[in-house]
Design a protein around this ligand. Sequence first.
Ligand code: FMN
Length: 382
Amino acid sequence: MRINMPINNVERHVNESDYLVSKTNTKGVITYVNQPFIEISGYSKQELIGQAHNLIRHPDMPPEAFEDLWKTIQQGKPWSGLVKNRAKDSSFYWVYANAAPIYESGQVTGYMSVRSKPTREQVQQAEALYREMREGRCRFKIEAGELVPVNWFGHIKQIARSFTIKSRISAISCLAIISLSFMGGWSLLGDYQNKERLRDVYENRTLALIDLSTILDSIQRMRVNALTAANSNNPVIAKERFVDTNQLDRIFDENWSRYSVTSVTAEEKVKAEEFYRNVEAYRISRDKTMNLSIEGDFEAARENAVKYARPKYDLVHSTLIDLFDIQERQTKKSFDAAIEQLELLKISTIAIIVFFASIYLYLTRLLHRAINLPLAKSECYF
Ligand SMILES: Cc1cc2nc3c(=O)[nH]c(=O)nc-3n(C[C@H](O)[C@H](O)[C@H](O)COP(=O)(O)O)c2cc1C
């Protein structure tokens, strides 16, 4: 590393309309300089031509900047950045430099740099950054003339930058396929889960409620039959009611076995068993009322109906109402869970869309940069 001394604090300023141009061979030896370059450097043309470009190197410039410059232009890419140069009389001047390879018949024959006047803001930022770099406390490094943070985000940026335009377009296409497939799969999964919830609400709750209603109806009609038989004072009517009650027993059993296979909670199971025990007890008492009526002993039938069958019927009725309550609560729970799941699906879908959209935007930005930056840089030369 060449250290050109002495230096002083006198600053020279590049004219707004000037472009300082120099060319080198592939080793960095100056082969051409234009008049504005000669004037601000303080050297004569003869003193510059044939010299290594580090003749005008200022000791304040961090070596990393030039390492990056050489690495970039040797890869055939343009480099741009802020450079502080030392003039022959020890003063300094800042330039915004664009350097790029010179191609002749497809071969790199040298390098060219075109410099212009930087803004004050650019100079201040570069001054602060290069000072931090020299002092080894900088959290950025220079990549192709751009600042990259020295952390995992910087690594990602670095990897992303190394992608060619072709690979960036391929990455965007792949992401489109992946995100569309993912979204499709996600909505199919959501759709399946929603159907399962709806099935639960319909099969386990709505149909179960219908079964319980039929059970309630058959129990009430059994009771009416038993009371009618006992109060009819007619064994024929009592017999008819007995036959009808057997029919109602079958309806009850059918509905009960259907209801029992629906998915029941622990609380529901306990209540259902209690209800069934009550029904069995009631049926015995009810049949006794029926048999006494068929035998013509209506006095004893009425006494049995009022004293024994009725309390048992009341128990059946109250446990059945409890089962209705449980069913209603379970239906509401299943419905709320379905709504909650729909909400979750909505939020997660939005989150996924935002996630993929951010990656899209980032990749598209990278693609734009890959196309626009070299174009913008090359415009400086023409
Ligand atoms: C086309 C071109 C232009 C360059 N312009 C400058 C310049 O203006 N100032 C400078 O210090 N180095 C410039 N360099 C970089 C020098 O070749 C050298 O790498 C740098 O001065 C660091 O010197 P060192 O190797 O002694 O550390 C340029 C290189 C090339 C290829």
